[in-house]
Design a protein around this ligand. Structure first.
Ligand code: GN1
Ligand code: MG
Length: 360
């Protein structure tokens, strides 16, 4: 099936190899090799992204802006097909192809704080460079994607209408999540707080969405499907959710989940090193809240999916989404325990004079 798509991009039969690539839960990704050159092909999941053409348009608008104002900035744009389309659709889905950036490396887990620093810097720079770009020009590729109030309502619906046995089994976890609903109330305050601004936000800042060179320097950010207007808490929060603990959301041994302070410091230095001037003081004061916001939202989404029969994320084993939710709850509790310390670290960074080099 991917062969037919590749043909539309001028790849003739038997001249290339194809293998599945990456670890995303939503889209399908393949690595293509032809005559020593590598490409990435992707099928966009249209159950999730109802209008793939909107993604394509957003990428084009941003690429044009960056090319005009920051020509040296590295930005991956999809290749054009023989018919000059960057998105090719047929009955099996919507596809695009990217050139693989030579020498680039991606990680699924972080081995060094420097990687967190570099990734945070890349995501911060992306938003900063686009601060002059009118966010209203962006199409909303996933309506209400990080609307925590809606995610909470969807969780409540799942508790009322989901699988009865699963609801009974998850009763303790459900109660714990209900007990943290104050995180939703804070989000609602943020939405009415003039100090919070919507900016060009990536909305999927996990480590595998940054390309690195062999020396662990960040090259650029990738996966722009969810780039939409949003609050900085989405990007900073998902970095905290996915970089702070060595064990990711798939870890089932909950005793292995442990927040690493030096990775938090690296996120602060990397992100605020780029974004401090852009953010208001109320936003900076919500830096740690960002982590609670994203971890809590992900826990709600995983548990709701478990209760609904794994219709969104899928499941490799029956308790998969339940354990992912339980994992996120442990992470949330650990972050809450560190909240005061981490707030102090943010203030320390903000109040100390700093240059762009932090010794990484
Ligand atoms: C999905 O497909 P992937 O792995 O990039 C999800 C994110 C979640 C993540 C959890 C469009 O991202 O919001 O944080 O799974 N993306 C969408 O692993 O729902
Ligand atoms: Mg993604």
């Amino acid at each position: 099936m991917i062969d037919a798509i590749l043909k539309q991009f001028g790849f003739s039969e038997n001249t290339f190899s194809v293998k599945p690539f990456g670890s995303g839960l939503i889209n399908n990704t393949w690595l293509i090799e032809r005559e020593g050159k590598k490409y990435i092909a992707q099928r966009i999941n249209q159950q999730v992204f109802k209008t793939p053409a909107d993604i394509d348009e957003n990428i084009r608008l941003i690429a044009a802006y960056l090319k005009q104002y920051y020509p040296a900035y590295i930005f991956t744009v999809p290749l054009s097909s023989l018919d000059n389309e960057t998105l090719v659709q047929n009955e099996s889905g919507a596809y695009r192809i990217f050139e693989f950036i030579d020498g680039s490396i991606t990680y699924n887990t972080l081995q060094k704080p420097k990687q967190a620093y570099e990734a945070a810097k890349q995501f911060g720079r992306f938003t900063k460079l686009l601060s002059g770009f009118n966010t209203e020009r962006l199409k909303i590729t996933l309506p209400d994607f990080h609307n925590l109030s809606l995610r909470y309502r969807q969780f409540e619906t799942a508790i009322n209408e989901g699988d009865k046995e699963r609801i009974a089994f998850a009763s303790k976890l459900i109660e714990i999540l209900k007990g943290h609903a104050g995180i939703v109330a804070t989000f609602e305050e943020i939405q009415h707080n003039g100090g919070f601004k919507k900016r060009v936000t990536h909305h999927d800042t996990k480590i595998s969405n940054v390309l690195f060179d062999e020396n662990d320097n960040g090259i650029c950010v990738i996966d722009l499907d969810t780039v939409m207007p949003g609050y900085f808490i989405s990007d900073v929060g998902d970095m905290m959710r996915t970089y702070l603990a060595a064990s990711g959301e798939e870890e089932t041994d909950l005793s292995k989940i442990e927040i690493r302070d030096e990775y938090f410091e690296a996120i602060v230095e990397g992100y605020l090193g780029e974004m401090q001037e852009e953010l208001s003081s109320v936003e900076i004061n919500s830096f740690v809240y960002a982590g609670k916001f994203m971890i809590y939202m992900q826990a709600l989404r995983f548990l709701a999916d478990y209760l609904n029969g794994d219709i969104y994320y899928g499941a490799k084993y029956p308790l998969h989404n339940f354990s992912r939710a339980a994992n996120q709850v442990v992470l949330l509790k650990q972050l809450i325990n560190k909240e005061q310390l981490f707030n102090e670290k943010v203030q320390e960074f903000v109040n100390s004079p700093h240059l762009s080099d932090f010794g990484y």
